[in-house]
Design a protein around this ligand. Structure first.
Ligand code: TRP
Length: 339
């Protein structure tokens, strides 16, 4: 029923995936999840849990399994609705691995060796520079191309991967005939990114050295308020948005507006003549107030594993329909004998 509707209205396809590894931060929430929720009606959306990408660095099996479900529950708790978008686990749709194999033969070793993230991760995991780590961008290209994706919203760190995906698609289309939709990357505007609370010049990251600069989606109220109390500000005491001269305060204002729904101007007026102590407490409370219902909904969903499984099963089936049609087209073009 929904599928018929999705096909009737000719919406553009949006594809995104997140690895079920570390906890997500409020930076991910503001920069990605909130937008995904807002876009789920405007586009035909596929959101994958990229567990096949995750194993390119060693994972603890029980944790990988658990994080897969908890990421699904978090997505849903934030407002991604399995009736309006397709939520699925990458390994549940075998077409990803199958297309990646074909695309490997249209990708040069030299191109992969030059990837910035491959070089970074090779340095970080020098004892495990496996083929999967090197092949990561090809699997990502397969993810995107299988769904005839028009747009891919990603962070700047994934830009090189998206560019190689486009190159591979164009290369294949030129050798055979138009087969793949060539996707566009959509990158967040500069300034849209949330900085670390202790060093606002750095992006708030799930792998920051000091966890006190990062608010995780599963931090409890006391932790959130404590972390905001310690956030760096500056030596005057004016709550004013000026990223150049007041990076700490401006970062807090960005967070406050994202979580309270108020504008920067409203927030500046609200805290005029009040000290930073008041301001930081208010930011912490706004974030904690917003996260509390998300966290309890996530916990409620996680206690109903049967329901979550049914969501993933339906998602995988819907994804498979689209993915297998693309794969079969590719197999035909390259000359695989099909039954
Ligand atoms: N590499 C992405 C990341 O770590 C995750 C990812 C996997 C992805 N496949 C994708 C993102 C396809 C967008 C489209 O952020």
């Amino acid at each position: 029923m929904e599928e018929v509707e999705q096909q009737k209205v000719n919406k553009k396809v949006l594809y995104s995936a997140v690895q079920p590894t570390n906890a997500l931060t409020i930076g991910n929430y503001i920069g990605a999840i909130k937008n995904m929720v807002a876009m789920q009606d405007e586009y035909t959306c596929f959101f994958a849990i990229a567990n096949m990408h995750a194993i390119t660095v060693r994972q603890v099996p029980a944790q990988l399994r658990q994080k897969t479900l908890s990421l699904l529950a978090l997505y849903m708790a934030c407002g991604l609705d399995p009736n309006r978008c397709t939520l699925y686990v990458q390994s549940h749709v075998p077409c990803h691995a199958e297309l990646a194999w074909v695309l490997n033969t249209f990708t040069y070793v030299g191109e992969m060796e030059r990837m910035t993230q491959f070089k970074d991760k090779s340095a970080k995991h020098a004892d495990n520079i496996n083929m999967g780590l090197m092949d990561y961008p090809v699997l990502m290209a397969a993810d995107i191309l299988l769904y005839k994706t028009d747009v891919v919203p990603v962070g700047i760190d994934q830009r090189q991967h998206l560019e190689i995906c486009r190159d591979i698609a164009i290369r294949f289309n030129n050798i055979y005939s138009p087969t793949f939709v060539v996707p566009e990357g959509v990158y967040p505007k500069v300034g849209a990114k949330i900085g670390d609370l202790l060093d606002p010049s750095k992006k708030m990251s799930k792998s920051a050295e000091n966890a006190n600069g990062t608010i995780f989606m599963d931090d409890d109220r006391d932790t959130i308020i404590r972390k905001f109390k310690r956030a760096v500000t500056d030596s005057d005491s004016e709550v004013r948005y000026d990223p150049e001269n007041k990076p700490g305060v401006s970062n807090l204002l960005s967070i406050y507006t994202a979580f309270s729904g108020k504008s920067i101007e409203e927030a500046e007026r609200e805290f005029a003549g009040r000290g930073y102590g008041d301001f930081k407490l208010a930011v912490g409370e706004a974030v904690a107030d917003k996260l509390a219902p998300v966290q309890s909904e996530q916990a409620r969903l996680l206690s109903d594993k049967e329901y979550l499984n049914s969501v993933l099963k339906a998602g995988a089936e819907r994804a498979y329909k689209v993915a297998s049609s693309t794969l079969s087209k590719v197999y035909r073009k390259i000359g695989f004998y099909q039954l």
